[in-house]
Design a protein around this ligand. Structure first.
Ligand SMILES: [Fe+2]
Length: 270
């Protein structure tokens, strides 16, 4: 579903890592165009009929005026499968190659993410994102936003995503939200972004995007859990499982007694 070829990923990754004021990269023609159009059409299709409990509306304040978020979990099975693509391992592998962040985790609950739409007059104040997924106890690392505006979206209507300085006092870059453009950016305590000026689009147009957030776990789980692997009752295991027990016994020993830098070298974790 991605149109990115393997040899392009290196270039994208370099751009991401070298971007200022914080890591980000903008990719045009990101998805297969038929897939992107299909996602875009959902705003005038099934999202109009979605159950209220899957919609968050923001009339004013932080979330911006006239903004709505639709959880993919309230959509048809087909749409859930389509958006689920972005939580599956091949897409996570792509993000890891681009960003160098190891062990990324998608969010099947789409906390704060999903299909976003903003109408005329709507805006999103410059902000930094929440850092912790409270239900899953995970650390937020990355945002992926795919713009799904109609192809005749006029950049004079506004709605460009503004990337602001680390001090939060000036705009450094603006991303025009053209159809099938994607921005991948790092989220931390000072990754300021938003589209603070009211949208000037016609009443019959909306700014449309799919927002996906990615997380990492913490190695503290190793400290909190003495048992790190599957444990079999003696005598019931196969020889394969026995060999695994020896292997994981060694890994556990390393994790418990060796410095992390040495452990990572031995067991091959990045
Ligand atoms: Fe945000």
């Amino acid at each position: 579903m991605l149109k990115i070829k393997d040899d392009q990923i290196k270039k994208i990754s370099k751009e991401f890592k070298e971007a200022k004021p914080y890591p980000f990269v903008v990719i045009n023609d990101f998805l297969d165009p038929v897939f992107a159009k299909n996602l875009s059409d959902k705003f005038s299709g099934e999202l109009k009929k979605i159950d209220e409990k899957y919609i968050k509306s923001f009339d004013s304040g932080y979330g911006g005026d006239r903004k709505k978020q639709f959880s993919p979990n309230g959509c048809s099975q087909q749409t859930q499968n389509q958006v689920g693509f972005f939580n599956q391992q091949p897409f996570l592998d792509f993000l890891e190659k681009v960003t160098g962040i190891y062990g990324l985790i998608g969010d099947a609950s789409y906390e704060g993410g999903g299909f976003h739409q903003t109408g005329r007059g709507g805006r999103l104040g410059v902000h930094v994102d929440f850092r912790v997924h409270k239900r899953l106890n995970l650390k937020r690392e990355l945002n992926v936003i795919i713009y799904l505006n109609d192809k005749d979206w006029d950049e004079n209507w506004g709605g460009g995503l503004e990337i602001w300085s680390r001090e939060g006092n000036s705009m450094v870059h603006k991303v025009i939200p053209k159809f099938n453009t994607c921005i991948i950016f790092r989220t931390d305590d000072r990754s300021f972004h938003g589209h603070p000026d009211p949208l000037g689009c016609p009443d019959n147009k909306i700014r449309k995007s799919l927002a996906l957030y990615y997380y990492t776990g913490t190695e503290l789980v190793y400290a909190e859990n003495s048992r790190k692997t599957t444990v079999y009752i003696d005598g019931t295991e196969t020889s394969f499982e026995f060999k695994n027990r020896l292997k994981y016994g060694m890994i556990n020993f390393c994790l418990d007694y060796l410095p992390p830098v040495l452990t990572r070298k031995i067991i091959g974790r990045k």
